[in-house]
Write a protein that binds this ligand. Structure first.
Ligand code: AKG
Length: 243
């Protein structure tokens, strides 16, 4: 799906789902690079940039942030790629690639991602930003599928509060209204499928309840060139988080 139909649907619903956006060999290379980093090179990454599901015992790697800083392989995926080209199409302006993140939900202990809007964290004016979510393995109702609330990007930012979830510290405090639930779509994906959502689209992901399947995905974030970060608000927010 490309072109004007896709942009129309993105503008109306706030997200898109592309089947087989990446080939199996592209997915294989990403998986290989991540395996290498996790098995042999995690010590090269500052500990603030990776998180475990069980933080106390350092069990169950949950996420690695800013991968583009630590390996040119990920910088290449972020910049001048088919992702940056699609982000430009969707936002209607040049974009800046901000980050590449590895998201895992380890079997049995992978917690749900709370309902949130990325824009709450981004603090941009105008709110011109998109996030891609690349499935690196089969994801379904058992191991932590992602859901979006259709059209929710058209209604501004909802109130967020502390979630208590590592890596996703904030959640929408009143999520679960009839309108949220009626318009929510859970999406099953295969490796290589790609989801993309607007920064204001409400989304969450289920817990991994399987006994032996992980749930690995890669996230890419792009800001539109016109989007300006509210650096004062961001600094205050980070200071409050660290308290
Ligand atoms: O993979 C997940 O659990 C969450 C992903 C997410 O929140 C995002 O891509 O913005």
């Amino acid at each position: 799906m490309k072109g004007s139909y896709c942009i129309e649907q993105f503008n109306k619903e706030g997200y898109l789902n592309f089947s087989e956006f990446l080939s199996s060999s592209e997915i294989h290379s990403i998986q290989g690079k991540l395996n290498e980093i996790v098995a042999d090179r995690l010590h090269e990454i500052p500990s603030k940039h990776y998180k475990f599901e069980d933080a106390e015992n350092k069990q169950g790697l949950k996420m690695i942030q800013d991968l583009q800083i630590y390996d040119p392989f990920f910088e290449k995926i972020l910049s001048n790629s088919k992702f940056s080209a699609l982000a430009e199409e969707l936002l209607g302006e040049p974009v800046v690639g901000k980050t590449v993140e590895f998201f895992n939900k380890p079997a049995k202990i992978g917690k749900a991602t709370p309902p949130h809007q990325d824009g709450y964290y981004f603090m941009l004016t105008p709110m011109s930003a998109v996030t891609f979510w690349i499935a690196l393995e089969k994801v379904d109702n058992e191991n932590g599928w992602v859901s979006y609330v259709k059209g929710s990007h058209l209604n501004g930012i909802r109130a967020h509060g502390k979630s208590g979830t590592i890596g996703f510290s904030q959640e929408i405090v009143d999520f679960g209204t009839p309108s949220d639930l009626e318009n929510e779509e859970f999406i099953a994906t295969n490796p290589g499928d790609v989801l993309v959502h607007h920064a204001l689209t409400i989304h969450r992901a289920a817990a991994n309840t399987s006994i032996n399947r992980s749930r690995k995905a890669l996230g890419l974030i792009y800001f539109g060139e016109s989007a300006k970060e509210d650096l004062v608000a961001k600094k205050a927010y980070i200071a409050a988080l660290n308290k």
